[in-house]
Design a protein. Structure first.
Length: 335
């Protein structure tokens, strides 16, 4: 098994040649995005459902915001709005929920950074896809019931999920290696990665590990394109040291995939070991971060674009993972 050798601060310069962008690197939004910058409206729904509560007010809010209500509450299974309003009244009067709401209001009293990041990302999407319609965007406090709801029409952000990692309120159903990605720095990249699936064409007949790797690689490339000033760690959800270690050991990681003939593997249990959520990829090394197959897929996709001079929409339309791999000319970087 490979033991990762993590780079020391004196070797951080290696990351520039590998394409990993450090968090403090100067960056400018592409010129073409500026003409598509539009001020977006993020509707703060939490106050409407937590303050000055009454059944009548609940019913008024449910009727006044049907788009939000349908996306947020439709799966609760109540026969009518009156029953739903009564249940929400009970939930939102609970002392624990009230305290959670107050903590969210304190930490997310100002969401201008989230708004700004979304505006830049949407400008990027509009630049590449002029017909794209920005969804209606809402925030809420779900009591750790829903982190993000994203459709082509609606985005609902459960702000309670994105409190700081050291906050006393944390979702209890997430392991630590996933929980560390639930903070405000990862929020907008999560949203844009989810939106990428609307454009990410796949060949349904190809259920190989390579196809899975390329799918995620295209998603991460999409997000990086829309958020060029966002460090890679916030896009893929790795710690900085995990990215540095992965680049330092890329040749050995790739060797594992080739030596074990994994690229065209179709066993879902094996595929999950390399692309599914996990604290590490034990098949390679206890030091290798989980989802390492997604990271390799991202590198393959980057090389495919670099070597073929195609546009982002052309990349996202290309559903042939084997062709992408073949024409990428991918080779591991050597530190």
């Amino acid at each position: 098994m490979i033991r990762f050798k993590f780079l020391f601060p004196g070797l951080l310069f290696l990351t520039f040649s590998f394409g990993c962008k450090p968090s403090n690197k100067e960056c400018e939004v592409p010129t073409g995005y500026e003409e598509n910058l539009t001020s977006i409206n993020i509707q703060r729904m939490e106050g409407l459902f937590f303050e000055e509560l009454s059944k009548e007010k609940m019913l008024e809010n449910l009727e006044a915001y049907p788009q939000f209500s349908k996306a947020m509450f439709a799966n609760m299974g109540f026969e009518n709005q009156e029953q739903l309003a009564e249940e929400l009244l009970l939930i939102h009067q609970d002392s624990g929920m009230v305290e959670l709401y107050q903590e969210v209001q304190t930490y997310f009293g100002d969401i201008s950074k989230i708004k700004e990041d979304l505006e830049v990302a949407f400008a990027g999407i509009k630049y590449h896809y002029p017909d794209y319609t920005i969804p209606s965007i809402f925030t809420f406090v779900s009591g750790f019931g829903s982190d993000l709801i994203i459709t082509e029409e609606v985005i609902i952000i459960g702000l309670d999920y994105f409190l700081p990692n050291d906050h006393k309120f944390q979702p209890v159903d997430l392991p630590n290696y996933i929980l560390r990605r639930y903070n405000s720095a990862h929020l907008v990249p999560m949203i844009i990665t989810a939106i990428s699936t609307q454009f990410n064409k796949t060949k349904l007949s190809d259920n190989s590990l390579l196809a899975e790797m390329i799918f995620y690689g295209k998603s991460y490339h999409f997000t990086k394109t829309m958020m060029p000033c966002t460090a890679d760690e916030f896009i893929i959800g790795y710690e900085t040291g995990e990215i540095l270690g992965s680049y330092a050991n890329e040749e050995m990681i790739w060797g594992h995939f080739i030596e074990n003939e994994l690229l065209f593997e179709t066993n879902p249990f094996i595929i999950r070991k390399y692309t599914g959520e996990a604290p590490f990829t034990d098949e390679i090394s206890p030091d290798a971060p989980g989802r390492i197959g997604r990271w390799i897929g991202w590198n393959i996709v980057d090389d495919y674009l670099a070597n073929n001079g195609i546009t982002l929409p052309e990349l996202m339309e290309q559903d042939d993972a084997r062709l992408i791999f073949k024409e990428s000319g991918y080779k591991p970087r050597r530190p």
